[in-house]
Design a protein around this ligand. Structure first.
Ligand code: ADP
Length: 184
């Protein structure tokens, strides 16, 4: 997969097209919620997946991309690309996108996101950060929490798309949780 987004996918007006960057290790219903809300605001969303993550990922870059594509298979307004190395604002500019979409969960997200957005604003005026709040039921869901629970054999089926759950089970197996065990 190249780092370039093809011309067709950038054909909407820059202000109607958003970039949603992240590591997505793995994609959760929290991410999906932000994308679905984003599609109410923007015509297109390009999801950019980081190849290199600080901590080593449990899923390869290819697996993470595949799970996102499967999740949004019925949504033609989404495309998935690798996030280029370098500054996020440069990447956004390169692909002709004016808005970077970010999700907000708790106050802890806010502090980090505020710093990032402020720094990026110093770096360029061409790109804006747009924050959407997740719904209550996804407020506490993070990829890292999902990884921790799944690695320890917990059931995360209700927090991730079915294709992700399937892969987590293949990787780690699953213990029956009080909710999923039969009561008879
Ligand atoms: P995580 O922080 O879960 O490891 P990413 O690095 O992939 O996820 O995050 C990409 C973007 O998605 C960030 O803006 C992050 O705040 C947002 N995000 C992740 N999980 C959720 C969630 N449950 N609700 C709302 N936004 C989320």
């Amino acid at each position: 997969m190249s780092n370039r987004v093809d011309r067709q996918s950038t054909s909407s007006h820059p202000s109607q097209h958003a970039l949603y960057p992240g590591s997505f290790d793995p994609i959760t219903w929290g991410h999906v919620d932000i994308v679905r809300r984003g599609l109410e605001v923007f015509e297109r969303i390009t999801i950019a997946v980081a190849r290199n993550i600080k901590k080593s990922p449990i899923f390869s870059f290819e697996e993470r991309v595949e799970m996102i594509k499967e999740t949004f298979a019925d949504e033609p307004r989404i495309d998935v690309v690798p996030l280029a190395e370098g500054l996020l604002v440069d990447f956004a500019r390169d692909i002709g996108v004016r808005n970077v979409l970010r999700g907000l969960r708790a106050m802890s997200d806010f502090e980090y996101e505020f710093q990032m957005a402020s720094m990026n604003r110093r770096l360029t005026d061409d790109v804006d950060f747009v924050f959407l709040m997740t719904s209550e039921e996804h407020f506490f869901v993070s990829s890292s929490l999902i990884r921790d629970v799944a690695m320890n054999g917990g059931d995360v089926a209700e927090f991730v798309p079915a294709c992700v759950n399937q892969r987590l089970r293949e990787k780690f197996g699953v213990l029956s949780s009080p909710k999923s065990s039969s009561k008879g």
